[in-house]
Design a binder for this molecule. Structure first.
Ligand SMILES: [Zn+2]
Length: 479
């Protein structure tokens, strides 16, 4: 797997042009990112910091010295005629990452989660190229357009060893990478927005074979799901090609999401000769041990560690803990709620149930929730104390979510406050008994079915606010 992750800087890697999605084409450019003769690149320090966070999040070793290199090739969106990348001395290397993966049933549901070790060969730093535009502009049948706003955007390219054996392992790996990078703030890692791009190299071999057969590089994978489907398709296609004797060509194929097939983009007769050589305009990049330890000290607790801690500390199931640590804001939301309520299970249930439903309906993440963890905790404490019941609590939460009001305000507005005060309920029970003397006699004469009638009368008289348990107790005693 090769994953390109755009590092979340404000400006480009070798110049101070801002990175802005949707800006007018070619308006965020300067002599450096346009590749004009004599323009000199200067490394953005923030790229090194975010690169270091990414490397540590993926279990990579940051190299004391790395070297930028020119990768020479011609392409219209690469005005310099070369890309500044790294070659034999990458920024980080020798990573070992443990991911959770599972086989899936025919509906795509995970069977059993198991840990899996992935060797990450390297993550190097490089600049992105510009973009060729073939749509949405006049006469695209005759012209291609070039937008260089993206040229010079910082990327980390993450390359693994050939460790994957199924499409779902690759799927779980990319999801792991995506979350890890978002978690540490190194990248927005959104595949749909193109700031996380994956390429999968696929080959098949018979059980017992030790060499790798011709591989196919898959591109144009715009979501993790498309990637998984493309790999699955490609595995089947290659098996059929081998078995029919036709064989598999070394080539690049694109995923055609309309027809659910891969198509040839270009064939690769041999490995490209990019004629890499050290970039003469940039010094070797040296990072100190102090720098690395500072970045380490600023790293948040990683999701896997947090998940294990949630399971151990709060006695949550693997599934609950995994879901809560899917997103950093959600995990923090849970911890705050659990701490205030002192009831982790109740907090987890509400956050994964009602809260998640509201968030999904609104299409927002926990970070943008109109209900704070403190607000939710206040509601849960009210429910825990049986001042309102579960269903009322759900109604209150929906209203809190829609209006941003706190639990006590909504409970007051809805008139949900339960009467649990025994003296007050005794008063109501006395009235009901006095007003229904014939039924009282019948009940005392043995017609125990009438008990429900009395409960109903008391609830009616209290406008539904009496605590049913207290009502039962008081009625039994008085009757
Ligand atoms: Zn620039």
């Amino acid at each position: 797997m090769e994953v390109h992750a755009q590092l979340a800087t404000v400006t480009k890697i070798f110049c101070s042009c801002p990175i802005e999605v949707g800006a007018e084409p070619n308006s965020r450019t300067c002599p450096v990112c346009l590749g004009l003769p004599g323009a000199l690149p200067v490394l953005n320090k923030r790229v090194v910091e975010l690169g270091a966070r990414a490397a540590l999040a993926l279990g990579l070793e940051i190299q004391e010295t790395s070297i930028f290199a020119r990768k020479n090739y011609f392409y219209p969106d690469l005005p310099k005629g070369y890309q500044i990348s790294q070659y034999d001395r990458p920024f980080s290397a020798n990573g070992e990452l443990t991911i959770m993966t599972a086989d899936r049933d025919e509906h795509g549901h995970a069977r059993e989660w198991r840990p899996m070790k992935i060797q990450i060969e390297r993550m190097h730093l490089e600049e992105d190229a510009g973009k060729n535009v073939h749509e949405g502009l006049p006469e695209t049948d005759r012209f291609s357009y070039i937008d260089l706003n993206r040229a010079g955007t910082p990327l980390g390219e993450i390359v693994t060893k050939p460790d994957f054996r199924t499409s779902w392992e690759a799927y779980d790996y990319v999801n792991h990478i995506r979350r890890a990078l978002q978690w540490v703030g190194a990248s927005d890692a959104d595949m749909e927005k193109g700031n996380l791009r994956c390429e999968a190299n696929v080959s098949v071999r018979r059980v017992g074979e030790t060499i790798f057969n011709n591989k196919v590089e898959l591109k144009n994978l715009n979501s993790v799901r498309f990637m998984q489907k493309a790999i699955e398709f490609e595995i089947e296609r290659q098996i059929a090609a081998h078995e029919s004797g036709e064989g598999v060509n070394q080539e690049t194929r694109l995923w055609d999401e309309k027809n659910n097939v891969t198509r040839v983009m270009r064939s690769k007769e041999s490995a490209h000769d990019y004629r890499y050589f050290p970039e003469p305009d940039l010094q070797p990049l040296k990072v100190t041990a102090e720098f690395i330890s500072r970045v380490k000290s600023e790293m948040p607790e990683m999701p896997e560690t947090m998940r294990e801690r949630f399971q151990a500390t709060y006695q949550l199931s693997y599934t609950d803990a995994a879901q809560l640590t899917h997103e950093r804001e959600l995990a923090e939301f849970f911890e705050t709620t659990a701490r205030i309520t002192a009831n982790p299970k109740l907090s987890a249930n509400w956050i994964l149930g009602e809260m998640t439903r509201e968030l999904n309906n609104a299409g927002i993440s926990a970070a943008d929730s109109p209900i704070t963890a403190e607000d939710l905790a206040e509601l849960l404490v009210t429910i825990g104390a049986a001042k309102i019941n579960n269903n009322q609590g759900k109604e209150v939460l929906v209203e809190m979510f829609a209006t941003g009001k706190t639990a006590p305000v909504v409970i007051g507005e809805k008139g949900f406050e339960q009467i649990s005060d025994t003296t007050a309920i005794e008063g109501i029970v006395d009235q009901v008994i006095a007003a229904n003397s014939s039924n009282v006699d019948a009940y005392r004469g043995g017609n125990e079915k009438l008990f429900g009638f009395f409960v109903g009368q008391v609830m009616k008289a209290s406008q539904g606010k009496a605590n049913p348990k207290v009502v039962n107790d008081v009625l039994k005693q008085k009757l």
